[in-house]
Design a binder for this molecule. Structure first.
Ligand SMILES: [Zn+2]
Length: 427
């Protein structure tokens, strides 16, 4: 037995007459069942004849708006161009232009359905050529995407709303020239499509692994992954040497335990199925604590990186002699050795001061570039306070073949009884 085919119409008017508000309303059969498509993907053909330039793009944008609603599963797909026109039951879903007269009808949606089951069979939209159409919201013209988004709401089986509280909704039953607010859905429009076509979980979930910057790696590597429903996985983030994990986020939420780690294994349980889930990792510079006396960690870090350790962060961090390596300007990877630098003599001639220094280990090359500062202090009595007389940066020292260097400070001596010289890491 053949079921009888019915038709409902959704007409968008250009006049105003406020009525009671509903969140949304759905077309129903004579027995009160929702009328709706039996499938979740419905294709439309487009006939751009009599439409403005850009018609196809505007109509496909309107189709996309209803196809990406979180919480709903429904897809309007574009099937291509056609010379058919809408308004006739012919097994083709068509968006087209036609003369609907001067009675205030901007556009009209027709849906054909079985009244006994509520199943929609076909849907067409005709945009009235009585009006001038625009794809850019021009003030004196009807905006095509604006009106199409509304009409496609009818194609889903949503009805017009006429209440005073409905004016901002896509399914508000009136429209004007220049209007574009129906292009984007109101929360009640969303509630409508979610009611008719509630979300159907796919048989998988999606994981998009991303890296910001290039100072580390992730495993699995950067990419979009399709995961079996219910499955879990791990994302391992590994910072390069001299770097640390700055942040590891899942869907934008930071995982606190990952911060500052060099390596972090993040367990990802089966994530949301109604969107693409993201795990993003960023890295930041490491500030390892190196043995450095009064020298800044940054100074030693730079020295270690530039003098042999390169990217071997752990090797530098484990080098207990790094301070002396820096002070004596030697390759920090050399050793074992007992580096040393002694002040062996201090001579005063009139107001001139001469300091004699001796490298005390044969392991240190005699032509080394020595970091640090030589500081001379003096005191006028036993137990008295020493005050600074002069200091000099040690790279000024020139060591002879036997490891001896002399630094002369002319004209610095004033009468004092006691002098001392020290090597410091800072001036
Ligand atoms: Zn309408």
């Amino acid at each position: 037995m053949k079921s009888r085919i019915y038709r409902y119409l959704g007409v968008l008017f250009a006049a105003l007459a406020p009525m009671v508000s509903y969140a949304y309303t759905v077309n129903t059969t004579t027995t009160g069942a929702d009328i709706k498509w039996p499938m979740r993907s419905v294709g439309f053909y487009i006939n751009s004849s009599s439409g403005p330039t850009g018609t196809s793009t505007a109509l496909q944008s309107a189709m996309a708006t209803w196809s990406v609603v979180t919480g709903a599963t429904f897809l309007f797909s574009y099937l291509g161009t056609t010379s058919r026109t809408g308004g006739t039951y012919d097994n083709y879903n068509v968006l087209s232009f036609g003369n609907l007269g001067s009675g205030g009808t901007i556009a009209q949606n027709s849906c054909w359905y079985y009244d006994n089951t509520g199943e929609i069979l076909e849907s067409d939209v005709v945009f009235n050529t009585y009006y001038t159409w625009s794809v850019s919201g021009e003030a004196s013209k009807m905006d095509l995407q604006n009106i199409a988004t509304h009409e496609l709401g009818h194609a889903l089986s949503l009805e017009d709303l006429y209440g005073a509280g409905d004016t901002e909704k896509t399914m508000y039953g009136y429209a004007t020239t220049g209007e574009t607010k129906k292009r984007s859905l109101d929360s009640d429009d969303i509630a409508g499509i979610v009611h008719i076509y509630p979300f159907i979980p796919p048989p998988h979930w999606m994981l998009n692994v991303t890296l910001s910057g290039s100072s580390g790696s992730v495993n699995p590597e950067v990419g979009l992954y399709t995961m079996p429903l219910g499955s879990s996985t791990t994302v391992v983030a590994t910072a390069d040497d001299w770097y640390r994990i700055q942040s590891l986020t899942t869907n934008g939420t930071p995982v606190a335990a990952a911060a500052e780690k060099k390596v972090y294994t993040h367990s990802v349980a089966s994530m949301a199925t109604n969107k693409t889930n993201t795990v993003n990792v960023t890295f930041t510079d490491a500030t390892p604590v190196l043995v450095g006396g009064s020298v800044s960690n940054a100074t030693l870090l730079t020295y270690a990186k530039n003098h042999g350790y390169g990217n071997n962060e752990s090797g530098a961090a484990a080098d207990a002699n790094l301070f002396y390596d820096w002070l004596l300007g030697i390759d920090p990877r050399a050793g074992p050795y007992t580096p040393g630098l002694a002040i062996t003599a201090m001579a005063i001639t009139n107001t001139d001061l001469t300091i004699v220094m001796q490298l005390t280990t044969n392991a240190v090359p005699k032509n080394t570039q020595i970091n640090g500062w030589l500081q001379i202090q003096g005191s006028t009595n036993v137990g008295g306070a020493y005050t600074n007389i002069v200091s000099a940066q040690l790279p000024q020292a020139v060591f002879s073949g036997n490891g001896e260097a002399r630094i002369h400070f002319p004209g610095v001596v004033t009468p004092r009884h006691f002098y001392k010289a020290q090597i410091h890491s800072t001036p």
